[in-house]
Design a protein around this ligand. Structure first.
Ligand code: HEM
Length: 391
């Protein structure tokens, strides 16, 4: 399903129709399979919390988003695993993403944001906001946390981009996945020689203790590095564009010094933009009765969280961007056991960005008309490839 022309922030119009008719509907995918599409918020949360649905792409019926799995037989961390193995691996990296630990990083994030704005002020104008700001902020933060050298950003950003694009040939995506795995494996080897206080060094310790295989450690490294920068970068650039298109809301944010309004703006932009727009995908392991239908074992299920976040029974006037609404029940970070591990980190990054960028660059504006902005319709994560801005 494609978005309507001139409505780059809204889910495809067919989804509204499906949501009005029923909470679940059958849809046809590129391979002819007909999984269930879940469009209402309540049923999405219920199903995302149900252990009878599997995240394992090898299960019969799993609704693949494109012709092949880019990872081949490799492992991309625990995001595509089920409990108990998923929980065992996730637990090994939960501590650095807990709220208190992430709050302690806030000054580091602020310094990164301030430095990048200084560089923008000293550099060319107009500039591509993605390249100059949106990508470097979360990349620098995740490098700091994992112990990855930022000097390698060209390498890991390029391969991450290929990995999550549905229009890049499968051979190229597989090659990018291998390159990222080899890169992380090499870093783990370096950390084994000279450990630091970073997360990759902690993984090396677990490998040495026999708690983790080297391959699983590299897979977790790839997952954290890719998920840690691509998502937030898209929220920064697309969020900025959405605010520039809603000047009243941008003014509200720019003129407020209330941290509660900034926090609420972040939740509302997460809800409104829902950048993980290809839905949360699962395969049913057993028959599941829900909303008057039976999902049979072996059938695929897609929780379309973009339209779930526009469910009018939860969010009145869902098509309005309203930074003052309480949007905390959004499903932009998913729900259940796979709920985003990095959500507190993403929140801190976005709060620092949204409360700093527009105040420091009060004349910020898009340097091209909206219909010339290249949107990532082909990405598993929605956003913009470039955002030319002047300030
Ligand atoms: C605005 C930014 C972000 C958004 C919208 C986002 C969204 C999501 C969503 C929807 C999921 C659920 C996947 C599923 O149910 O299948 C997820 C999982 C995950 N995210 Fe994020 N994410 C963001 C930022 C981050 C950051 C900064 C990290 C840091 C490393 C991160 C790491 C992860 C990991 C490791 C998982 C897998 C969790 C699991 O399977 O247990 N994310 N994210």
């Amino acid at each position: 399903m494609v978005r309507a022309p001139k409505c780059p922030f809204d889910p495809p119009p067919e989804l509204h129709g499906l949501q009005e008719q029923a909470p679940l509907a059958r849809v046809r995918l590129w391979d002819g399979s007909t999984p269930w599409l879940v469009t209402r918020h309540a049923e999405q949360r219920t199903l995302l919390g149900d252990p009878r649905l599997s995240s394992d792409v090898r299960r019969p019926g799993y609704p693949l988003p494109s012709p092949a799995r880019p990872t081949g037989s490799g492992s991309i961390g625990f995001i595509l695993m089920d409990d108990p193995e998923h929980a065992r691996l996730r637990r090994m990296v939960t501590a650095p993403f807990a709220i208190k630990r992430v709050e302690a990083l806030r000054p580091v994030v602020q310094e990164i944001v301030d430095d990048l704005i200084e560089e923008m002020l000293a550099g060319p104008n107009p500039v591509d906001l993605v390249e100059a700001f949106a990508l470097p902020v979360p990349s620098l933060v995740i490098c700091h946390l994992l112990g990855v050298p930022y000097a390698d950003h060209g390498l890991f950003q390029g391969h991450s981009r290929n990995l999550i694009s549905r229009s890049v040939a499968i051979e190229e995506r597989t090659a990018s996945f291998r390159a990222l795995t080899d890169y992380l494996d090499g870093l783990l080897a370096t950390k084994a020689e000279t450990p630091g206080g970073d997360l990759l060094s902690q993984l090396v310790e677990r490998v040495a203790n026999g708690e983790l295989t080297r391959a699983d450690a590299a897979g977790i490294g790839v997952l954290l590095l890719v998920a840690g920068h691509e998502t937030t970068a898209n929220m920064i650039a697309l969020g900025t564009l959405a605010l520039l298109e809603h000047p009243d809301q941008l003014a509200l944010l720019r003129e407020s010094t209330d941290p509660a309004l900034v926090a609420s703006a972040v939740e509302e932009l997460l809800r409104y933009l829902n950048i993980t727009h290809t839905g949360r995908r699962r395969a049913a392991l057993e028959d599941i009765e829900i909303a008057g239908v039976t999902i049979r074992a072996g059938e695929g299920v897609i929780m379309a969280n973009d339209i779930g976040n526009r469910d009018p029974s939860i969010f009145p006037e869902p098509g309005e961007l309203d930074l003052t609404r309480d949007a905390r029940r959004h499903v932009a970070f998913g729900f259940g056991v796979h709920q985003c591990l990095g959500q507190q980190l993403a929140r801190v990054e976005l709060q620092v960005v949204y409360s700093t960028l527009y105040r420091r660059l009060p004349a910020l504006r898009c340097a091209v008309p909206l219909d010339e902005v290249p949107f990532k319709h082909d990405g598993q994560v929605y956003g913009v490839y470039e955002l030319p801005v002047s300030f």
